[in-house]
Design a protein around this ligand. Structure first.
Ligand code: NAD
Ligand code: UDX
Length: 480
């Protein structure tokens, strides 16, 4: 029986290995992690991550050909193919701080593989890494083990959270990069045969190592670029009376452009886009390409601008002061159908409103109070570095309440902000919410999920990103 081991039981490692186990019952798949609590959760009824369809897949395979373990060395030692799916956050200190990917976790995984390996192995980069990482990993592996042959493959993961299982079952493509040597080509074939159990072979793209590594960074940069482009146009829509939904639709019907990823929002979030673009910026700078670096840097600047523009809109609408006012925040996760809050725009928006001395009442169906409080007390980039976490300041604690119900969160509030597009928010009883809010009652829709006309009829003053302004807001000074 072929044995696969995956180092890292996170958002990528867990679901990806579960789907491989489901589709390849003749392969034994073990996912290992240094975090005992994460492994315990994978072995329990309450999985460590929320992802539609995941529980079902795990339940079908766990204990048969899918295992979760903390015995990292044993399982790596026994495996034929080792996936490395550890976190690669943005560096917070030292050379490249704030931009470069922190490869500490990757390097320690590679050194451990070298230490425990007694037989030849294929080592697969699943984590998103800077282009040329495989070269460094090869050096670590070959200098630390004698006589054992390691083939490094790059097999970046393109799944998106919230749709991970669907994305894994029917991927647009699977990308495998390897060395153009006979051994490299053989290793590519071996991994290709695993995916070929359920992915059509024409969707399995094989390239050289550097193309595969760079394609992942490039794909995320292109996706984020679309959102920043549409968000930049949303600001112009608000200034001119154009409607971003109409503009996006018109632009997206051009088949060369396409309709996807053109929803204006309060800004993109998630663990990948910002981190990967910053990484790309750093690689460009290191390669003496400052113009290219600046081009990509601006995608992030527009994203930051969109978040601060939203905060300014809230404050200026409320007569230029949010001090002491209760503002309800509905949605904290970076998108619907996930409890993940890494780099969620809600963090910057909430911090901005706290800076204006607002009192926040936050509700998200999948994010706990502890989690929200931790996020709001953490500096940028520290999420993935638990050692840097600080307790929330006593004044900030007084300003934040986390509720488990949207109606409780909005009671007596002056304003209500939608920051995540959860489906349940569309079905809220807005008349009931209006009855319980202060007057005037504001709705700030950062995801364009509510029917503004209907809400205005109830009596709300509604702001929707990139839409013609509510007549009530039109007379206020322009927001920059
Ligand atoms: P994650 O933080 O959820 O999981 C990483 C896991 O690796 C953690 O559980 C951590 O404890 C474990 N780990 C770290 N060092 C280890 C070691 N030496 N030995 C054993 N376990 C170790 O991260 P994630 O979201 O799954 O992302 C993993 C990689 O995949 C990143 O490079 C990310 O950029 C990339 N990626 C993420 C997504 C996504 O949507 N989250 C999508 C595509 C690619
Ligand atoms: C992304 C990539 O899509 C995926 O291919 C890659 O493997 C990992 O990074 P993810 O971060 O999970 O996936 O979510 P995604 O659906 O891409 O959304 C990212 C952010 O962009 C979210 O905050 C989302 O709300 C926002 N977004 C997305 C918009 O604001 N508008 C859109 O039109 C689409």
């Amino acid at each position: 029986m072929v044995k696969i081991c995956c180092i890292g039981a996170g958002y990528v490692g867990g679901p990806t290995m579960a789907v491989i186990a489901l589709k390849c019952p003749f392969i034994e798949v073990t996912v290992v992690d240094i975090s005992v609590s994460r492994i315990d959760a994978w072995n329990s009824e309450q999985l460590p991550i929320y992802e539609p369809g995941l529980e079902d897949v795990v339940k079908q395979c766990r204990g048969k050909n899918l295992f979760f373990s903390c015995d990292v060395e044993k399982h790596v030692g026994e495996a034929d193919i080792v996936f490395v799916s550890v976190n690669t956050p943005t560096k917070t200190q030292g050379l490249g701080a704030g931009k470069a990917a922190d490869l500490t976790y990757w390097e320690s995984a590679a050194r451990m593989i070298a230490d425990v390996s007694k037989s030849d192995k294929i080592v697969v980069e699943k984590s998103t890494v800077p282009v040329k990482t495989a070269e460094a990993i090869e050096k670590i592996l070959t200098h630390n083990s004698d006589g054992i042959n390691f083939q490094i493959l790059s097999n970046p993961e393109f799944l998106a959270e919230g749709t991970a299982i669907q994305d894994l079952l029917t991927p647009n493509r699977v990308l495998i990069g390897g060395r153009e040597t006979p051994e490299g080509i053989k290793a590519i074939e071996k991994l290709k045969n695993v995916y070929a159990n359920w992915v059509p072979v024409e969707s399995i793209l094989c390239t050289n190592l550097w193309s595969a590594e760079l394609s992942k960074l490039a794909a995320n940069a292109f996706l984020a670029q679309r959102i920043s482009s549409v968000n930049a146009i949303s600001a112009l829509c608000e200034a001119t009376g154009a409607d971003i939904s109409e503009v996006s639709h018109s632009v997206g019907t051009d088949t060369r452009i396409g309709p996807k990823f053109l929803n204006a929002s309060v800004g993109f979030g998630g663990s990948c886009f910002q981190k990967d673009i910053l990484n790309l910026v750093y690689i460009c700078e290191c390669n003496g390409l400052p113009e290219v670096a600046n081009y990509w840097k601006h995608i992030i600047r527009i994203n930051d601008y969109q978040k601060s523009r939203f905060v300014n809109r809230v404050v200026s609408s409320m007569f230029n002061t949010a001090s002491g006012k209760k503002i309800a925040i509905l949605g904290f996760a970076f998108k619907k159908d996930t409890g993940d809050t890494r780099e969620t725009p809600a963090i910057d928006v909430c911090k901005g409103l706290l800076g204006e001395k607002a009192n926040l009442s936050i509700y998200d169906p999948q994010v706990s109070a502890d989690h929200i409080e931790r996020d709001l007390s953490t500096e940028k980039f520290d999420w993935d570095h638990p050692a840097h976490l600080q307790p929330m300041s006593p004044t900030a604690i007084k300003q934040v309440r986390v509720e488990w119900d949207a109606y409780e969160a909005t009671k007596d509030a002056h304003g209500l902000c939608f920051l995540t597009e959860w489906d349940e928010f569309k079905k809220l009883d807005f008349q009931r919410i209006y009855n319980d809010m202060q007057r005037p009652s504001f709705v700030f829709d950062g995801r364009n999920i509510v029917d503004a006309v209907k809400l205005r009829r109830i009596g709300f003053i509604v702001y929707s990103v990139g839409k013609p302004l509510d007549p009530w807001l039109k007379d206020l000074p322009a927001v920059a």
